[in-house]
Design a protein around this ligand. Structure first.
Ligand SMILES: Cc1cc2nc3c(=O)[nH]c(=O)nc-3n(C[C@H](O)[C@H](O)[C@H](O)COP(=O)(O)OP(=O)(O)OC[C@H]3O[C@@H](n4cnc5c(N)ncnc54)[C@H](O)[C@@H]3O)c2cc1C
Length: 493
């Protein structure tokens, strides 16, 4: 059976590898010059930038995926656990390193507040238990109806997931100090949410970063993209780059192939990895859309971002591999992201700096650093060159003050990437970087469906679908779709 996959982000790549292994005839069409999607690569003057993801989290998910092919991630890229996992600059100039060793993290929390270690222990025990439940009962299962959702262990233990309590309230029940609260809350940014609009069971994120650890694949996330691309190509999947799909062909209610800028291709199944709203609103006729314009307009979108790729000809040791600069007014920051009334380029933004050259000498010329700076922004904001310049100045003023160093005089490469670029390069709805937030009613069975409700043989994978945002989640999404297709249409591998 022939499958046309639209897009070669982590969703398209992982699906292509699994389906080619299962005996399908797989052809992938990608609009951009190479594989990876949000995880594209940018290289200039000896500096190598991962344009999107830089945190390799949930190593168990990658292991499970490579095991499908009788392999381990380390067969493709060496993995290193980062220590410190990350550094945090708080607004009052306090700087802490969050260590890889959990015992040392407990000691760190004791320095934040009386009984901090014990409080963190309780918090992480709960996070570990919920992670185990989530991974087995929630993430690796697909949902068609509320009956699927409420079956099995979930119905027995669902109450303990505290689905109706938000993360912020949950954290406030556990910790008193600003530092402790911010360290257990910042990671909700990975899910494109705020502590107030994300259910508390996502405190599993602290099990993920503090207990399981933060890893670095040698060569950066592009090494992971290359590995998945290789896995798929070695099993016969064909890739066409620089070839956007312009239409999904539908005949008598069934998908029959795709049209691209270069030709027309027949397929028995079309699997879409490109952003869901773009696909439905631009590649399908109105009567074939599962979700209309109004539906998308009403969703809670995850943030967009202002990203700066900087190549600097000196090393800035004040920056760890991952460094977070957290603003004092945490709540106001989330309001500028999620409250439509207050959406704006923030006055005092929190931001994140990634320096892969701290760990990987191939990321920058000798004696230099590769810096990736990210500030989350509300989707749909006006994005102009002047606004970007102004914002860059604001961030660099703050960064230089906190580091006590002149960074701008060392800049050799500087590229901005913001809302308009996300929209143009990835067909991102309102320029969102991450897709759809993980509010309660955008989780599990309430996320857009893996299977079209209007067109037979039309499927979806990637960050818009269950289980959601992030590279591991996207890989799980494709695992679910590939499993369904292999069961429904068994092939001879
Ligand atoms: C700045 C940033 C930082 C992030 N940091 C992390 C992190 O540290 N760790 C982590 O795990 N996750 C992180 N994420 C999230 C993670 O990158 C995404 O959730 C994941 O990569 C999404 O993969 P996807 O395959 O669903 O979508 P995409 O990667 O967007 O893939 C979709 C593909 O479809 C293509 N496409 C679109 N339209 C068409 C068309 N008409 N025809 C053909 N192709 C088309 C696009 O070009 C793209 O290649 C980050 C994301 C961003 C943007």
């Amino acid at each position: 059976m022939r499958i046309a996959i639209v897009g070669s982000g982590f969703g398209g790549l992982s699906a292509a590898a699994l389906l080619a292994r299962d005996g399908f005839d797989v052809q992938v069409f990608e609009k951009n010059e190479g594989p990876g999607g949000r995880a594209s690569t940018y290289k200039e003057a000896g500096y190598a930038f991962d344009m999107g993801p830089s945190w390799y989290l949930m190593p168990d998910v990658y292991e499970r995926f490579f095991a499908e092919f009788g392999a381990k991630p380390e067969d493709y890229f060496p993995l290193q656990r980062l220590d410190p996992a990350y550094r945090v600059y708080f607004a009052d100039e306090k700087v802490v390193d969050v260590p890889a060793d959990l015992e040392k993290t407990y000691t760190l929390f004791d320095s934040f507040e009386p009984g901090g270690a014990e409080k963190l222990r309780r918090y992480l025990d709960s996070a570990a238990e919920k992670y185990d439940l989530s991974i087995n009962e929630l993430l690796y299962r697909d949902y068609r109806s509320v009956f699927d959702f409420l079956s099995g262990r979930l119905i027995m233990e669902g109450a303990r997931l505290h689905v109706f309590e938000n993360l912020d309230a949950f954290v406030n029940r556990h910790f008193d100090s600003d530092e402790a609260k911010k360290i257990v809350e910042y990671s909700i940014g990975f899910l494109g949410g705020s502590p107030k609009n994300t259910p508390s069971f996502y405190h599993i994120m602290s099990h993920i970063d503090l207990t399981m650890g933060v890893f670095y694949p040698e060569g950066g996330m592009r090494a992971v993209v290359d590995a998945l691309h290789r896995l798929a190509a070695e099993r016969g999947a064909q890739f066409a780059f620089d070839e956007p799909v312009t239409r999904i062909r539908v005949q008598d209610g069934t998908a029959t192939g795709v049209e691209t800028t270069k030709g027309s291709y027949e397929a028995d199944i079309v699997l879409v990895n490109a952003d869901y709203p773009y696909t439905e609103l631009h590649l399908l006729d109105e009567r074939h859309r599962t979700y209309d314009e109004r539906y998308w307009d009403k969703r809670v979108l995850a943030p967009s971002a202002f990203v700066v790729y900087l190549g600097v000809n000196r090393r800035f040791e004040g920056l760890a591999h991952h460094t977070l600069f957290l603003d004092e007014d945490w709540e106001a920051g989330f309001e500028t992201l999620f409250d439509p009334e207050k959406a704006a380029w923030p006055e005092h933004p929190s931001y994140y700096v990634n320096v892969p050259s701290r760990t990987d000498p191939t990321a920058a010329p000798e004696g230099s650093d590769t810096l990736f700076i990210l500030v989350a922004l509300a989707p749909g904001l006006e994005d102009t060159p002047d606004r970007r310049e102004e914002f860059y100045t604001k961030i660099m003023d703050d960064l230089e003050r906190k580091l006590g160093e002149d960074v701008r005089s060392a800049v050799e490469v500087c590229r901005f990437f913001a809302l308009e670029d996300f929209a143009e390069r990835y067909h991102a709805y309102k320029g969102t970087a991450l897709g759809l937030s993980h509010t309660l009613f955008q989780t599990a069975l309430w996320r857009p469906s893996h299977k079209s409700k209007k067109v037979e043989h039309l499927y979806y994978t990637g960050h818009y679908t269950h289980p959601g945002i992030g590279v591991p989640m996207t890989i799980i999404s494709s695992t679910l779709v590939a499993r369904e297709l292999a069961e429904r249409y068994p092939q001879n591998p």
